[in-house]
Design a protein around this ligand. Sequence first.
Ligand SMILES: [Zn+2]
Length: 290
Amino acid sequence: MPEMPEVEGLVAFLGTRLPGRVVTRAQVVAISALKTYDPPLESLRDTTVTAVARHGKFLDVRTSGADADAHLVFHLAKAGWLRWYDVLPPTPVKPGRTPIALRVGFDDGSGFDLTEAGTKKSLAVYLVRSPGDVPGIARLGPDPLDPGFARDTLAAMLAGRRTQIKGVLRDQSIIAGIGNAYSDEILHVARMSPYALAATLGDVEIDTLFAAIVDTLADAVATASEKPPADLKDAKRRGMRVHGRRGQECPVCGDEVRSVFFADNSLEYCPTCQTGGRILADRRLSRLLK
Ligand SMILES: [Zn+2]
């Protein structure tokens, strides 16, 4: 599940390859992945890529054509990924039993597929005239790696919000780019319970959380920026302190990393570092017991 650092890694990789390239093909294989129809995807052909950018967890390939500029925007969702080819297979992709959702080719023979594993399909592709035409981008909160994101930006976001900090960090309309994995990591670095209520954090805790957000993401982006797409997922997994490491030792204190399970995901935390030693209830189990 790519979050901001992995998307930033993809931007860095594509940003050195795509600008100046002419699009020679764009095939939607999973029809449900394409969320827009105007401009039509066929209009991408013969346009030239001018830039590659990120908005939250969205990737934006900007193109310039004879008629107009357009943005090929995509969101990889939970199980989506990008597969790069120095030489793209020339044959069209047959819809059906393939993880490929979209294939795009360029005039030097290179190209990429967007793929999505599993049966729950939520990878999304948009071809728009402006990134703001994508609803998920239009409602994005501030980006924590934007130079304008300051400690008081965070304080204003948290003020009056009587919801758990874990949920606040993952809410793209409040703060852009952080998902389940990096919110676990940030809260571990900040030594904060995922269930702490945002509005109750004091000045010192906000200072700590701000530093944890910026440092954790900046470190992860620096790591991701040197990796080809095929290595980004492993690099993400290896860099985690608590996320996805249930049952292993906390790298800070040696306590056992614990999970709380929800209907379709889980969070990880260290009791000693984050909850004063308290074990948080398993939400999935307690719902069954009700
Ligand atoms: Zn610990």
